[in-house]
Design a protein around this ligand. Structure first.
Ligand code: GRF
Length: 221
């Protein structure tokens, strides 16, 4: 994959955008040789949109309620994003189920972050599900996006222990700290040409990544 320098990132959000902020920080402090060319939301009132605009980043909103089908909405997303020629498209709390109309044009350069240790708990309410199941640990996964919801090949995973008395909120507070650390690392690998999606799964430095992703350790490069 050939990548611009600095690389062009597009970020899709639906909410507060704390992962988006982690990318803004990584671009600003030199951790990522990239610039954010567009932040796109499906919600006009997403707090992250204001945060991005205040930082001088171009923002746009495409309201999914204006479209008759998921495919029509996805086609509008693709049309908007394509104008910005992104090297990498980052889903950062983008709360829409995507169809092949969106996924196929960006295959191999579309990442998501999901707050569970995939393949456990695709979908919603992941922290509560981990607590209810009595899991000793929970965490977060960065993965390639494929046609299977939360089912694309994992890249990086970070774990936290589930503590006695944890609520979904207290667990989420510890997990989100790790989300902000691991997501820019996976993006950097991809932009450096070290990471790619193959028919057999995710490949890093020529080696297949294990099915649950690489275990994050602080300082990983
Ligand atoms: C994060 O927990 C992320 O894992 C999930 O949605 C949440 C987005 O949070 N996909 P934020 O908007 O980045 O703060």
């Amino acid at each position: 994959m050939s990548v611009s320098s600095p690389a062009r990132l597009a970020i899709l959000i639906s909410g507060r955008g704390s992962n988006m902020q982690a990318f803004m920080d990584a671009c600003n402090n030199g951790d990522l040789d990239a610039s954010i060319v567009l932040v796109l939301s499906n919600k006009t009132d997403a707090p992250g949109l204001c945060r991005a605009a205040e930082a001088g980043i171009t923002t746009a909103c495409i309201d999914h309620r204006q479209y008759d089908s998921r495919e029509a909405f996805d086609a509008a997303l693709v049309a908007q994003l394509s104008q910005y020629e992104p090297d990498l498209v980052i889903l950062a709390g983008f709360m829409r189920i995507l169809t092949p109309v969106f996924i196929e044009p960006f295959a191999g350069k579309l990442l998501n972050i999901h707050p569970s240790l995939l393949p456990k708990y695709p979908g919603l309410h992941t922290h509560q599900r981990a607590i209810s199941a009595g899991d000793p640990e929970a965490g977060v996964t960065v993965h390639f996006v494929t046609l299977e919801l939360d089912g694309g090949p994992p890249i990086l995973q970070a774990r936290v222990p589930v503590l006695a008395g944890d609520t979904a909120e207290s667990l989420a507070e510890r997990v989100i700290v790790l989300e902000h650390r691991i997501y820019p690392v996976a993006a950097r690998w991809l932009l450096q040409g070290r990471l790619h999606l193959s028919e057999k799964g995710a490949i890093l430095d020529g080696e297949p990544i294990p099915p649950t992703g690489i275990d994050y350790v602080p300082g990983i490069r």
